[in-house]
Design a protein around this ligand. Structure first.
Ligand code: ZN
Length: 158
């Protein structure tokens, strides 16, 4: 299977069966993301427990690329630490904008199917939106968060 058909297969699979789709009633952190360029809207709720993302869910109206990216992202960061998730967020952003050298060690795993997105400037924001929103959620103060590195300049979702 070549890279393009693998990409299409993954997008289809995650739109048919989105992982972690819904909203957590007892979320400790949450954020809403909006990509006006495409009309994507999604909200992310998560539970941070002892620095680990115990539970995470996403919900919203978005295009297939955004939904697949959100679905894969939630599956990838669930059970991971806050710091690990932030590393993945940075790597995914860098990959989507062509700044990540995939020959070097990274934490993205199967998410590298999105590496071709860098050649589709209008879709980059669709793929990145869930990650921006996760970053905002992790830095939100909805719960008893003690995250010290809250940077308002990076917390905006679009
Ligand atoms: Zn979109």
């Amino acid at each position: 299977m070549n890279a393009k058909s693998l990409y299409q297969e993954v997008i289809l699979d995650h739109n048919r069966k989105p992982r972690n789709y819904g909203t957590l009633d007892d979320a400790s952190h949450q954020a809403v993301g909006h990509n006006p360029l495409c009309g994507d809207r999604l909200d992310i709720t998560l539970n941070l427990n002892d620095e680990h993302i115990d539970k995470i869910a996403f919900h919203g109206e978005s295009c297939a690329i955004c939904k697949a990216s959100a679905s894969m992202m939630t599956a990838a960061v669930k059970g991971k630490t806050y710091a690990y998730a932030e590393t993945m967020i940075k790597e995914f952003r860098d990959m989507a904008t062509g700044k990540l050298n995939l020959d070097n060690p990274h934490h993205l795993g199967r998410l590298t199917v999105f590496s071709g997105i860098q050649d589709l400037p209008t879709r980059v924001k669709c793929a990145i939106l869930p990650w921006h929103t996760l970053h905002a959620a992790l830095n939100s103060v909805a719960g008893a968060s003690t995250e010290a590195e809250h940077d308002p300049a990076n917390a905006s979702t679009v």
